[in-house]
Design a binder for this molecule. Sequence first.
Ligand SMILES: NC(=O)c1ccc[n+]([C@@H]2O[C@H](COP(=O)([O-])OP(=O)(O)OC[C@H]3O[C@@H](n4cnc5c(N)ncnc54)[C@H](O)[C@@H]3O)[C@@H](O)[C@H]2O)c1
Ligand SMILES: [Zn+2]
Ligand SMILES: [Zn+2]
Length: 355
Amino acid sequence: MKALVFQGPGKTSWQEVPDPGIKDASDAVVRVDSVTICGTDLHIIKGDVPEVAPGTVLGHEAVGEVVEVGSEVRTVRPGDRVLVSCISACGRCRFCRENHYGQCREGGGWVLGHLIDGTQAEFVRVPFADLSVHPLPGSVESDDAVLLADIFPTAYEVGVLNGRVSPGDTVVVVGAGPIGLATVAAARLYTPGKIIAVDLAESRLAAARSVGADATVGAGEEPEELVSDLTDGLGADVVVEAVGVPEAFETCTRMVRPGGRVANVGVHGKPASLHLEDLWIKDVTITTGLVDTYSTPLLLRMMAAGRLPSAELVTHHFKLEQMEEAYDVFSRAADTGALKVVLGGPRHDVVTLPA
Ligand SMILES: NC(=O)c1ccc[n+]([C@@H]2O[C@H](COP(=O)([O-])OP(=O)(O)OC[C@H]3O[C@@H](n4cnc5c(N)ncnc54)[C@H](O)[C@@H]3O)[C@@H](O)[C@H]2O)c1
Ligand SMILES: [Zn+2]
Ligand SMILES: [Zn+2]
């Protein structure tokens, strides 16, 4: 099959690799029908995630059809259309039993496109299939469902729930990439007072307004001053870092009010300064987190009910073999206006009922 292989910092190639097969009795092999690229993949290529070994197939978000299952798999069978979650879960270790799938100690957690071959390929082997793939109802399109593999659970769990967004809150989301935009959309479910989005790219600020941000500001246009003005000088109740660079995290800690929450979502490859000399007196809570994806079934029901934006978040479609072009467009988002780029296309049979 063909797959996108990481070749070390700055290098990837779309190339022929061996087809994956069942290795463990709990595995499933999924034919990839829709797959997307994450900001985290860009961090990997930059060299920010050094545990990704050269030769690894990238990608941790997909929708596809199960083609083969191991003897222990009970919840899916060949022919099922499934969401491949970015997190795999053994279901048995201490962390999995507490819904902390991201921290699985028995070979799960974030492994796809990180420690084992991922989804940016024609086929992918998914370990612990029972808990790591989700059968999809016919009413949810593959291009929408693929947003539930990572961006919505991440935004919801690591941004909104960790940040304890509550009715009436002023919420600032720093970084309006797909994760920041999904955070804006998920925060709205809690009827905050206002949501302010911060980014460097005007196209992304426009997207933030379209998914429900009340105010937007360029990262270079004194966002701290705007937040201060909009909160009578207090600062925001919740600030979500959805970038993954030290400056963005440090801005977040300057924008939060006393007693407020900073929820870090960004993947950081460099140390950020924690200004405890300013923060110690402010009763501030700072959370970090890798997504667990325990909320995926809930988010899937919300998407089926039309409660989550999806069309606004997918800007580009490519064929699977246009992977390198898709990466180019996604990595130049400020010029191309790209948000989520989806590759492949729905291959399941469309059932048309007689009129
Ligand atoms: N914690 C998790 O489990 C988890 C899961 C998925 C993704 N992530 C991380 O979340 C982050 C966002 O992901 P994404 O896919 O939206 O990435 P992305 O690269 O598409 O978006 C990042 C956005 O930040 C903006 N930006 C850059 N520097 C900025 C600054 N100084 N101030 C404000 N905005 C700035 C960029 O213009 C861009 O729009 C990444 O770091 C990604 O690795 C974390
Ligand atoms: Zn991701
Ligand atoms: Zn586990």
